[in-house]
Write a protein of this length. Structure first.
Length: 302
């Protein structure tokens, strides 16, 4: 009986430690995941942006996640993939001193000879991080010169890597990954950009797992239907972009090829169909430890 009591206490301690570790990073709801975030970006209708690597870009920017909730309806309909924000909160900006931040980059301009009213880009990635800070990373004080590499930006790309997604070429428009319905101009602009994304295999081993980011396996569910077929995307984005009133992100050094600053807000839809990995793995470790403990006691007793 004493052995059973001690074993039970040992298991509880391990389970508590495992759960605490998992809860250090915000959990994702099972089923529909609705993420809101806001950020700042540069947009160039002439692809005049030059990334630190020397590559040209049509847009890039940094952001903070403001909330994560479940979806409405909770039970998803595969034929209705524009689910709305639910009522159960899983994360809000600064919760428990934690912040989810990131960067998107690498978008290349696509010219559509038949429709000059669309802002089309191909390629591109978006990366997510989680960090704990005394104060929130500030979008107001973030400046383009704080970008230290194509995928790195001071204060926004540090901490625990949650995962990355590649924007899906052809998901909405042939040859394009992001479709914006307004061409930015110096006179001001407001537009909506739509896109899909797939979780990126960061280490190139052909498997999406925790080595590709804490959230990678959970969000690699191919729930969304695109122009490329059913179940061909893991994420669905709808980005509102508009003139940045403070002009901190403008670059008008070449009037013929202006780079315009913008502010953005993004609903991001995803689906989580995998149990939270941290808790499962550490609970498994606890059970293995319990088995080893019981075996050791049995050997000593006999």
């Amino acid at each position: 009986m004493k052995i059973l009591k001690r074993s039970f206490v040992f298991l509880c301690i391990l389970f508590f430690l495992g759960t605490s570790y998992a809860l250090a990073i915000p959990k994702l709801p099972q089923g529909g995941v609705f993420i809101t975030f806001s950020g700042v970006e540069q947009i160039s209708p002439t692809e005049a942006i030059v990334a630190p690597s020397g590559n040209s870009e049509s847009s890039w920017g940094v952001f903070r996640v403001t909330s994560i909730t479940d979806s409405d309806p909770v039970v998803l309909d595969p034929n209705d993939q524009n689910f709305q924000q639910g009522t159960t909160s899983y994360y809000s900006l600064g919760q428990d001193g934690g912040y989810i931040t990131g960067i998107f980059f690498g978008l290349q301009l696509v010219v559509d000879p038949y429709n000059h009213d669309l802002l089309l880009s191909s390629g591109g990635e978006i990366h997510f991080y989680y960090q704990t800070l005394a104060t929130a990373p500030s979008l107001a004080s973030a400046l383009p010169e704080h970008r230290t590499a194509d995928d790195q930006f001071t204060g926004f790309t540090t901490g625990t890597f949650l995962g990355a997604a590649e924007f899906l070429d052809g998901g909405i428009h042939p040859g394009a990954s992001v479709v914006g319905n307004a061409i930015p101009t110096l006179d001001g602009f407001t537009g909506q950009a739509n896109s899909f994304g797939n979780i990126k295999d960061m280490n190139g081993d052909g498997v999406i797992d925790e080595l590709d980011g804490v959230w990678a396996q959970q969000l690699s569910t191919a729930f969304f239907n695109t122009a490329l077929g059913n179940n061909t995307a893991d994420m669905k984005f709808r980005n509102i972009y508009e003139s940045d009133g403070n002009h901190y992100w403008d670059d008008l050094s070449d009037p013929e090829k202006p780079i315009l600053g913008a502010q953005m807000t993004d609903p991001l839809r995803a689906v989580n169909a995998v149990p939270e990995p941290g808790t499962v793995l550490l609970l498994g470790a606890g059970l293995l430890g319990l088995a080893a403990y019981g075996r050791k006691r049995y050997i000593k007793k006999n």
